[in-house]
Design a protein around this ligand. Structure first.
Ligand code: ZN
Length: 347
């Protein structure tokens, strides 16, 4: 019993995790065999070494190959159900998982198929594990400028219709460099008018201008990553003053070369400047991490106290896209459970 075991057992919310990037290697092999898709490796170990990136372009290539392995309602149900099981194993009670509809549609899977699979998997995860999954459907930035409107129209429409299966926000992912948030304003306006929240990625591979663009043009309510805000003191002050949370994914930032190591990661400095942080896992098997591994970095090397870590975990509930009364109830449950767990794990 230790701080480590307490943090593993503590209740959590996960706000930045990609469904496609959460597929475990063994499941990917099953799906590839089932759908006769050639992968660059046919063993779990082989896939793990294929997941070692040269750069962000290579990462996107891997992502598309993974998406090719998904064809039927049962495939989408399986990955969602397994995602729920993995969340439950790590004591995650609530997750907002990102999914990229246009990538699937352009590889030939109609929305009726993936939406049905996501809905069934989500229902089973709730029933069997008590894990609630909501969705962020994201626009993918690496669509060509000509294709942008077509992709974005499609995703925005599917996201709006998907509210009945738990879509709560429109996201913006893909290649940030050279694709500024301003280009996507019309679709975020439309999504927000239809009741969706705004949760774009920004400030990961591009700097502070990208985050300013997400705030000004997309009315971002949370920023995916956002760590490069640290390069602009005025932006750090703005995020703190306006309580705009960052969805931070430390290991992802190291693996994709945003920072060389955790010691140079600005998480602690952002926190000390008053920015609200949530800690998340992004694409856990692709980065050889888990949410629990990410949380485990908070005491060492980031130097957070137990009380600070509890508050960071609770930020995941406070800044979820849930109705206020649901957040208050969930936060109260988390606090009560944390108290009980502490008496067992931290004598
Ligand atoms: Zn992400």
């Amino acid at each position: 019993m230790s701080l480590k075991s307490y943090l593993q057992a503590a209740p959590k919310a996960e706000l930045h995790v990609h469904l496609e990037g959460s597929i475990l290697p063994a499941t990917l092999l099953t799906l590839a065999r089932r759908n006769a898709v050639d992968l660059p490796a046919d063993t779990v170990a082989g896939l793990q070494s294929w997941f070692s990136y040269r750069d962000f372009h290579h990462f996107i290539e891997i992502y598309v190959t993974i998406t090719r392995c998904l064809k039927s309602v049962a495939d989408y149900e399986l990955i969602t159900y397994e995602f729920g099981a993995e969340m439950a194993r790590q004591h995650v009670r609530y997750a907002e998982a990102t999914f990229s509809p246009s990538t699937h549609a352009w590889l030939g899977v109609p929305a009726a198929i993936f939406l049905a699979g996501l809905a069934q998997g989500r229902r089973r995860a709730q029933q069997e594990f008590g894990v609630t999954i909501n969705w962020v459907f994201d626009l993918v930035r690496n669509a060509s400028p000509q294709g942008r409107a077509r992709h974005a129209d499609y995703t925005t429409q599917v996201a709006i219709e998907g509210q009945e299966i738990g879509v709560v926000a429109l996201g913006l992912g893909g290649l940030e460099t050279g694709n500024p948030p301003e280009d996507y304003q019309p679709w975020f306006d439309k999504a927000r008018a239809a009741g969706l929240h705004s949760a774009p990625h920004a400030g990961e591979l591009a700097g502070p201008d990208s985050i300013w663009g997400a705030l000004r043009s997309l009315t971002a309510e949370r920023i995916g990553h956002g760590v490069r805000a640290i390069e602009d003191p005025a932006l750090v002050a703005y995020l703190a003053a306006n309580a705009i949370p960052l969805e931070v994914n430390p290991t992802s930032n190291i693996r994709l070369g945003v920072y060389p190591d955790l010691e140079s990661h600005p998480l602690r400095r952002l926190y000390d400047a008053g920015v609200i942080l949530t800690v998340n896992s992004d694409d856990p098997p692709l980065f050889n991490t888990t949410l629990n591994d990410e949380i485990a970095t908070l005491p060492v090397p980031f130097g957070f106290t137990l009380a600070e870590i509890d508050e960071i975990l609770l930020n995941g509930v406070r800044h979820a896209f849930l109705p206020p009364e649901r957040k208050i109830a969930l936060a109260a449950e988390f606090r009560a459970e944390m108290q009980t767990l502490k008496s067992h794990h931290l004598p």
